[in-house]
Design a protein around this ligand. Structure first.
Ligand code: ADP
Ligand code: MG
Length: 337
């Protein structure tokens, strides 16, 4: 049996159904991510697990127990928020120790537990500092330590890194992953950032308008999206409806949409050999833009614009207006719903 089970969870705010019959399992010791655009219901689902919202229907089982109607404090889950929510007048040590004091843990044991946790989040020497004297990244590590020190069954993280600048975010992503593995703690992580989700997760649940659109390992979601929504949210696929795709490749129309990942499209200047298992399309470069180490070209084929990604190698750049051939293997044209 899964460690956490969401069974038919429904949640409404007034007439707005924000969670629509969610069924979802989380295995023990895994880092599982709820990914999806803003407003799709990620935080609400997490808050139902924490007991900060009550679902209108369904049950939540944690470690074999129905916790649907338990008080938040009786659930043994702990939550880290985007806004660190530290106690401003308490120093780092007291912030981290707070939950243990409530549990009336003896002083000596408490000190050992807090120090252990401070080492784990690399905040040694900061015990007397007040939150306002710490950077955002350090404050978030205090929040993380404060949540972990009580040894919850599940750690919930709601966009914990969204307010932290890009470079520091990378190192914190790595740190959270390391801690998760070291403690073997079950984590439910929320983000709207596909790269962060792919990097960090054992399993991703992609959400869309209060439902789970697709679940799977990051590579699986990336390479095998089942729906147009999944294809456009993860992997930046070109998504064409059946008629547009048929026109593009000169074949009879299919009923489903077709998704093509930009990096599976190869651009060349010279006419390539005809290949039975690939489409060769002639087009024109409309524009291009650098995305880190990749250049994304917009290529017009007939009336259709498609994106093609190429590694940013200076010896092979195309110019706007150039006629090119776009080659895409048929197996990389994925039917999606
Ligand atoms: P996400 O975390 O994916 O951005 P949320 O779970 O916060 O999305 O919100 C899902 C939907 O529920 C949104 O349309 C939001 O406006 C609505 N919502 C969330 N909390 C409340 C609330 N307390 N009252 C009314 N509507 C809410
Ligand atoms: Mg949210």
């Amino acid at each position: 049996m899964a460690f956490i089970q969401f069974e038919h969870i429904t949640k409404r705010f007034g007439r707005n159904t924000v969670l629509d019959d969610i069924n979802l399992d989380v295995e023990k010791g895994k880092l599982v991510t709820l990914l999806g655009p803003s407003g799709c219901g990620k935080s609400t689902l997490l808050r139902c697990l924490a007991g900060l919202e009550n679902p209108d229907g369904g049950r939540i089982i944690l470690d074999g127990e129905d916790i649907t109607n338990r008080q938040p404090s009786e659930r043994k889950v702990s939550m880290v928020f985007q806004q660190y929510s530290l106690f401003p007048n308490m120093n780092v040590f007291d912030n981290i120790a707070f939950g243990l004091k409530i549990q009336k843990i003896p002083q000596k044991q408490l000190r050992t537990m807090v120090e252990e946790m401070m080492a784990m989040v690399e905040l040694q020497g900061k015990e007397h500092a007040l939150p306002r004297h710490l950077s955002g990244g350090q404050q978030q590590r205090v929040a993380l330590a404060r949540s972990l020190v009580t040894r919850p069954k599940v750690l919930l993280l709601d966009e914990p890194l969204s307010a932290i600048d890009a470079k520091l975010r990378k190192s914190l992503q790595h740190r959270i992953q390391q801690i998760q593995r070291e403690l073997n703690i079950t984590c439910v992580f929320v983000t709207h950032d596909q790269d962060e989700a792919i990097l960090m997760s054992d399993i991703i649940h992609l959400m869309n308008q209060g439902t789970v659109e697709q679940s799977g390992a990051p590579i699986e979601l990336y390479t095998s999206p089942k729906t147009s929504f999944a294809a456009s949210f993860i992997g930046n696929y070109n998504v064409l409806d059946g008629a547009a795709f048929a026109k593009l490749v000169g074949e009879p129309a299919k009923p489903n949409d077709v998704a093509i990942r930009p990096e599976t499209i190869n651009l060349t200047l010279e006419a390539p050999q005809m290949q039975p298992d690939a489409y060769v399309l002639s087009g024109e470069i409309m524009e291009f833009s650098p995305h880190g180490n990749v250049i994304r070209y917009t290529v017009r084929v007939g009336e259709q614009d498609i994106h093609a990604d190429a590694l940013f190698r200076s010896f092979k750049l195309f110019q706007t207006g150039q006629k090119v051939y776009a080659i895409v293997e048929k197996r990389n044209c994925l039917p999606v719903m």
